[in-house]
Design a binder for this molecule. Structure first.
Ligand code: ADP
Length: 339
C-alpha cells in the first residue's frame, strides 16, 4: 500500500508539474460537469470575483464548451480578453464507448490570428493592385480593337498599355520576392563586400539617376558581411531606387559603408522630399504609400520598403530611419557583429 501510495503521489506531482507549467489553460471535467482539475492559467482566465475555485458558469463560452464535450462532441471557439485572442478547445473523454468526462484547453492564438489577418489584408490589397493596371490595359485594348482610336493616337495608347503592363510585371516580381521571404526559404550565403555591391548597384541605377538629374555616389570602406547576395542586392537597390525616385532635380544620393566597432553600417542618404513625421512608422508596411499618385507616377509598387524590412530581418540587421520633410531621408542598415 505504501509503495502504491508513493507511486500515486509521484504521478500526481508529475501531472501537476506538467499542467502548472503549461502556458495553455487546462480543465478536466467528470461526466456531470464537475471540475476535477484545472491549472493556474485556466483559473486566472475564468476566475470569478470572490471565488477561489473555478466554476463552469464562469463564462458562457466555458459552459458551452463543457456541454459540447459532455455530449461527446469536439468544439472550438475564439474568445477575446484584454486585447488578446484565445482558442477554447473541448474534447470528450470516452471510455468503453461512453462519455466519461471532458477536457478543455485554452490556447493563446493572438499572434497566429494577427498573422492571418495580415495575410487576408495582403491578399485583398494584391488583388486590388493587380486589378487596376489590368482594367486599364483591357480598356485601352478594347478601344483599339473597336477602331475607336484615331491613327495618330495609336502610338500613345500602345504606350499606355506598355506602361501598365510594365507596372504589372514589377508588381508581380515584388510580390514573388516578398512571398519567398515570407516562406522562410533559406538562400545560399557567402561573404559579400557591401562597398563593391553598392558600386555595382549605383552603376545599374546611373541612367535612372541621370534621367532625374540626381548625382549618386558610394563612399566609405570595403566591409564584408556573410549574407545572401541576392537579398542584399534587392535591399540596397530598393533603398537607392527610392532615394532617386523621391528626390528633387539636382539632388544627391550618398551610399556610405563603414564599420564602427564590431558593427557594419550601410546608409543611403538623399536630399529629397522626405517623409512626413506621421507616416514614418508606416512606410515599411506593405502597399503603404505617402502619396499614392506620386508613387505610381514614379513606378512604385508600394512593396519596396517591405522587401527592405524583410531583407534586414533575414540578416538580423537593424533598420534606422531619419527623415525631415523637404530636406531628405537617411535609411541605415546596421548589421550585427556576426551573421
Ligand atoms: P514605392 O514602391 O511606392 O516606392 P516603398 O515601399 O518603397 O513603395 O515606399 C513606401 C513609401 O515611402 C513611398 O510610396 C514613399 O511615399 C515613401 N518613401 C520611401 N522612400 C522614400 C525616400 N527616400 N524619400 C521620401 N519618401 C520615401
Amino acid at each position: 500500500i505504501h509503495r502504491q501510495m508513493d507511486e500515486l503521489s509521484r504521478k500526481q506531482r508529475e501531472f501537476n508539474a506538467i499542467t502548472e507549467n503549461m502556458q495553455e489553460g487546462f480543465i478536466l471535467l467528470d461526466q456531470r460537469g464537475t471540475v476535477l482539475s484545472s491549472n493556474h492559467s485556466a483559473e486566472r482566465f475564468f476566475r470569478q470575483e470572490n471565488r477561489k475555485e473555478l466554476r463552469l458558469n464562469a463564462s458562457a463560452e466555458l459552459k458551452q464548451a463543457a456541454e459540447a464535450a459532455l455530449t461527446g462532441q469536439h468544439s472550438e471557439q475564439l474568445l477575446e480578453q484584454n486585447g488578446r485572442i484565445y482558442q477554447l478547445v473541448s474534447n470528450p473523454v470516452i471510455v468503453s464507448g461512453q462519455v466519461n468526462g471532458g477536457v478543455l484547453f485554452l490556447i493563446d492564438v493572438t499572434e497566429k490570428e494577427q498573422r492571418e489577418q495580415l495575410r487576408r489584408e495582403f491578399t485583398a490589397n494584391v488583388s486590388h493592385e493587380l486589378k487596376t493596371p489590368l482594367t486599364s490595359i483591357s480598356g485601352f485594348a478594347e478601344l483599339m480593337k473597336d477602331g475607336l482610336v484615331p491613327p495618330d493616337k495609336m502610338k500613345e495608347f500602345a504606350g499606355d498599355i506598355y506602361r501598365e503592363s510594365h507596372r504589372l510585371t514589377d508588381l508581380v516580381g515584388d510580390i514573388l520576392k516578398l512571398s519567398k521571404l515570407d516562406e522562410g526559404s533559406t538562400y545560399p550565403e557567402e561573404p559579400v563586400d557591401l562597398y563593391d555591391l553598392s558600386m555595382e548597384i549605383a552603376d545599374r541605377l546611373a541612367p535612372e539617376a541621370v534621367r532625374h538629374g540626381i548625382h549618386i555616389s558610394v563612399t566609405g570602406q570595403h566591409c564584408t558581411v556573410q549574407g545572401a547576395r541576392q537579398i542584399l542586392d534587392e535591399m540596397i537597390y530598393n533603398l537607392c531606387d527610392n532615394a532617386i525616385k523621391y528626390n528633387v532635380s539636382g539632388g544627391t544620393v550618398k551610399v556610405h559603408i563603414e564599420r564602427t566597432g564590431s558593427k557594419t553600417k550601410l546608409s543611403v542618404a538623399d536630399t529629397g522630399i522626405g517623409i512626413p513625421y506621421g507616416d514614418q512608422n508606416r512606410v515599411f508596411e506593405r502597399f503603404y504609400r505617402v502619396d499614392k499618385s506620386h508613387s505610381k507616377e514614379v513606378g512604385g509598387t508600394g512593396l519596396g520598403l517591405s522587401i527592405v524590412k524583410h531583407a534586414a530581418q533575414y540578416h538580423n540587421a537593424e533598420l534606422r530611419m531619419e527623415s525631415t520633410p523637404g530636406k531628405g531621408t537617411t535609411i541605415t542598415v546596421v548589421f550585427p557583429e556576426k551573421l
